[in-house]
Design a binder for this molecule. Structure first.
Ligand SMILES: Nc1ncnc2c1ncn2[C@@H]1O[C@H](COP(=O)(O)OP(=O)(O)OP(=O)(O)O)[C@@H](O)[C@H]1O
Ligand SMILES: [Mg+2]
Length: 238
């Protein structure tokens, strides 16, 4: 799937500006960028929820899963029912395996209001994986989780990807998540948002850890790219 010369503005605000990006099949593409630069807008364009003002979307996927920044569970359905909802043919075993993957096995019959924010978000991640999508969009899915849980979710996602080879676009603010999960890490600029750089990481996901020299080098590069963006914001607002 490809975005070519995409532009999107909201009233006076120029958000996506001559935006070009290729999403490779069966890969995880991580998106890093400053707050408010247009990451969620980009996902909405990929999902077809927002139509660009200009530009082309080539090979747009039809079956799209989406983990939104906030969980969007149905309050009157249990964890199990919320996950089942998106793929009614799914076997109970598949749903239970997904519930297990996100560590909610004690809570499958609870309702969203009986769960913490992080648990609700984990439920919405399991639900997204139950929907057999051609493209899975994840908007800062681990944001509400503490450090240990985040690391576990990253490991869980790597395991799932190794099994199913999903095509995923994963937005995050955490450089370490991008390094552990991305086949490609796309660094975005401040608004108007364009692709600043694309860093490819060749190491297989299941061999990665943050002590590997190559990944330490990638982290240093990403920090530099992102701090350039922040400096530009400071200069603009000075
Ligand atoms: N529906 C909308 N109407 C008007 N402005 C919008 C709309 N959606 C987004 N924007 C504006 O577009 C810009 C980019 O928003 P977006 O939510 O895509 O950023 P983001 O990078 O996802 O931010 P965050 O890091 O906070 O999640 C912001 O200035 C926002 O105010
Ligand atoms: Mg966002």
């Amino acid at each position: 799937m490809k975005l070519e010369g995409v532009y999107k503005s909201f009233e006076e605000i120029d958000v996506l500006h001559n935006f070009n990006l290729t999403i490779s099949d069966k890969e995880i593409t991580c998106i890093l960028g400053p707050s408010g630069c247009g990451k969620s807008t980009l996902l909405n364009v990929l999902a077809g929820i927002i139509k660009p003002d200009e530009g082309n979307i080539i090979d747009q996927k039809k079956k799209i899963g989406y983990v939104f920044q906030e969980d969007r569970l149905l309050p009157w359905k249990t964890v199990f029912e919320n996950i089942k909802l998106v793929n009614k043919k799914a076997s109970s075993n598949r749903i239970k395996a997904l519930i297990d993957m996100v560590g909610l096995n004690q809570f499958e019959n609870k309702y969203p209001h009986q769960l913490s924010g992080g648990m609700r978000q984990r439920c919405s991640i399991a639900r997204a994986f139950n929907f057999e999508s051609e493209l899975l969009l994840m908007d800062e899915p681990f944001k509400s989780l503490d450090y240990d849980l985040r690391i576990n979710m990253v490991k869980g996602l790597v395991e799932i990807w190794n099994k199913w080879k999903n095509t995923i676009v994963f937005v995050t603010h955490e450089i370490d998540e991008a390094i552990l999960l991305g086949h490609k890490v796309v660094v975005l600029s401040q608004k108007p948002c364009t692709v600043e750089d694309v860093v490819e990481i060749d190491l297989p996901l299941n061999t990665r850890n943050l002590e590997i020299r190559e990944l330490i080098n990638v982290r240093t590069k990403l920090i530099k790219l992102l701090s350039n963006q922040e400096n530009q914001v400071k200069c603009k607002s000075a």
